[in-house]
Design a protein around this ligand. Structure first.
Ligand code: DGJ
Length: 543
């Protein structure tokens, strides 16, 4: 079943024809409907201007969204070949006096993004920024009594805003609603495609708020919404359990209470913003180790870490997706995170990842999980637009993927939505991996050179992505890898060969061949791709 996430579809006819059209015929339209997320059979697509869109993104540093700094940001945007810039907007700048709004920086971003032909994801640095309140306006920072922080277990003051403060909630609702209303009026062409509400909400240094007000709520009964059997089951609690937070959730009670409290606060901010202008909204998450189930004292408590996703989904229905910020390392860990956040009820979007070469390979795995985009953090050099060394180091691994993806961005988004993309990324052991493709197995070896034994990749940065066009025809790309095929299923035991291997790329919806690869380029262990991604169209035949 097709579901439109968020507000009602504005153009059902267009969507239906798009979905019926199949992978080749991505809708050609001047659709002016709002950006929206759609879901079908548990997979997701992000429609921008009515077409499936893939965010080839990058995020500016926290303090770079000022006119004096933006030239450096745009330089990085160009070098990286982004189609979407993620950039903060600051509560302290937007509402310098209570109720007096200044949208000049927002307007500058809109104008400059249009000049650069780039979409924007705006990051509302509001009540929470990395668990603290550092972007609250000065008039709020000066009034701790009205806009309080939380209290730690021993009574220690914690550098984190209280989700139980009505005054803070009202102020954030007013400011965020004003931002969304302004966008509605100033951005009829939809330069802004999505908005992040707050930034990495949660609390460091305490698992929850222990103030008297919070303690009273903690000792009261768990709200009925959380006691539904499906939710309790998802949280590994016997159904029919009820009572106080401690009684229902035992040693996870503190964290779950904090997650619920923050998510309910943000829900009210998001719902008010959406009532003004229903763009897709998301929150980003400071992750926990997804492999070891650590206690919440080891990470930012109350954010939408993998263990509390069910709580966030119930508490904050106006948030369209929960998005992991990937700063963890190790392929097992990162792949697990991608698995955990790609859910039927959650479109996968990676709004931050370390700007390190290693991370470029995960872009492929995101596509294989019908992800809607990827975006490394800190693309500009934080004030120094002439530091080409920084740009030369960080950007190229991502830039070359975006250059590969740009001409077929709509196709990739559509294929991903239809579940046609599979990918493997090299693990630390460099071992070969198999992609199952119906009557074929694609065997991917990582490294360079010819023959059975390849020269290992130094940084384990090999990767491959294969799109199934039909039973015997595939699009493949990757880096530092070689592919060969094995007949399987009804093809098992048959002789086979390449019918045709073409190198080329997509151009306005069709594959354009530059050359046919044959001889040394397909013998010696199959077609190979080196440091730079290339796009191959591979047809196979059994004989
Ligand atoms: C994650 C946050 O969301 C970003 O704003 C930034 O602070 C990075 N961490 C670290 O540089």
């Amino acid at each position: 079943m097709l579901k439109i996430i968020g507000k009602k579809a504005q153009n059902i006819f267009l969507l239906t024809s798009l979905l019926l059209a199949g992978s080749k015929a991505v809708a050609q339209t001047n659709d002016t409907s709002l950006p929206k997320l759609i879901e079908k059979d548990g997979r997701h697509a992000f429609l921008v201007d009515g077409k499936p869109f893939l965010i080839l993104g990058g995020q500016a540093h926290n303090s770079s969204a000022w006119p004096a700094l933006m030239p450096g940001v745009w330089k990085s945007v160009e070098m990286m070949h982004l189609n979407t810039l993620e950039v903060p907007i600051y509560w302290e700048q937007i509402e310098p006096q209570p109720g007096k709004f200044d949208f000049s920086l927002v307007d500058t971003l809109l104008t400059q993004a249009r000049q650069h032909n780039v979409k924007l994801v705006l990051l509302w640095f509001g009540t929470w920024k990395n668990g603290s309140n550092h972007y609250m306006p000065e008039w709020m920072k000066r009034d701790a009594e009205k806009y309080p922080n939380i209290t730690g277990k021993t009574g220690k003051p914690i550098d984190s805003p209280s989700p139980h403060s009505k005054a803070t909630l009202d102020a954030d609702i007013r400011a965020f609603s004003a931002v969304m209303l302004h966008l509605k009026q100033a951005d009829t062409q939809h330069t802004v495609i999505m908005v992040q509400v707050e930034n990495e909400p949660g609390s460091w240094d305490t698992v929850r708020d222990y103030s008297a007000k919070a303690q009273k709520l903690f000792e009261a009964d768990v709200p009925a919404d959380l006691l539904k059997p499906a939710i309790l089951k998802a949280l590994n609690v016997p159904v029919n359990t009820k009572g106080s937070w401690q009684q229902v959730f035992g040693d996870r009670a503190d964290e779950y209470f904090q997650a619920w409290s923050i998510a309910r606060f943000i829900e009210q901010v998001a719902a008010a913003g959406k009532a003004e202008y229903p763009l897709p909204l998301y929150i980003n998450v400071a992750l926990r180790d997804p492999l070891t189930n650590p206690p919440a004292t080891h990470y930012e408590s109350g954010g939408a870490t993998d263990n509390v996703i069910p709580i966030w989904k119930v508490a904050a229905p106006s948030i369209d997706l929960l998005a992991p910020d990937i700063y963890l390392s190790g392929s097992e860990r990162v792949l697990k995170v991608i698995d955990l956040y790609a859910r039927a009820d959650n479109a996968l979007f990676v709004p931050e990842a370390g700007l390190i070469a290693d991370n470029a390979k995960y872009f492929y795995d995101v596509l294989a999980h019908d992800g809607i985009g990827f975006s490394p953090f800190g693309i500009d050099d934080n004030g120094d637009s002439s530091n080409d060394e920084h740009l030369a180091k960080g950007l190229p691994p991502f830039a070359q993927e975006y250059v590969m993806a740009t001409p077929m961005m709509h196709e990739l988004a559509q294929w991903s939505f239809e579940g046609k993309i599979k990918a493997v990324v090299e693990h630390e052991d460099g071992a070969e991996q198999t992609i199952k493709l119906g009557t074929w197995d694609a065997v991917i070896k990582f490294g360079g050179g010819r023959g059975g034994e390849l020269k290992p990749n130094q940084d384990h940065n090999g990767k491959a992505m294969i799109v199934t066009l039909d039973e015997n025809k595939f699009i493949m790309t990757g880096t530092n890898c070689r592919v060969t095929f094995r007949p399987t299923g009804s093809n098992t035991g048959k002789a086979w060969q390449y019918l045709k291997v073409e190198e080329g790329g997509y151009d306005h919806g069709t594959f354009k061949s530059l050359r046919i690869l044959n001889g040394d380029e397909t013998d010696w262990g199959g077609p190979a791709i080196g440091d730079k991604p290339r796009v191959l169209q591979i047809s196979l035949v059994v004989r």
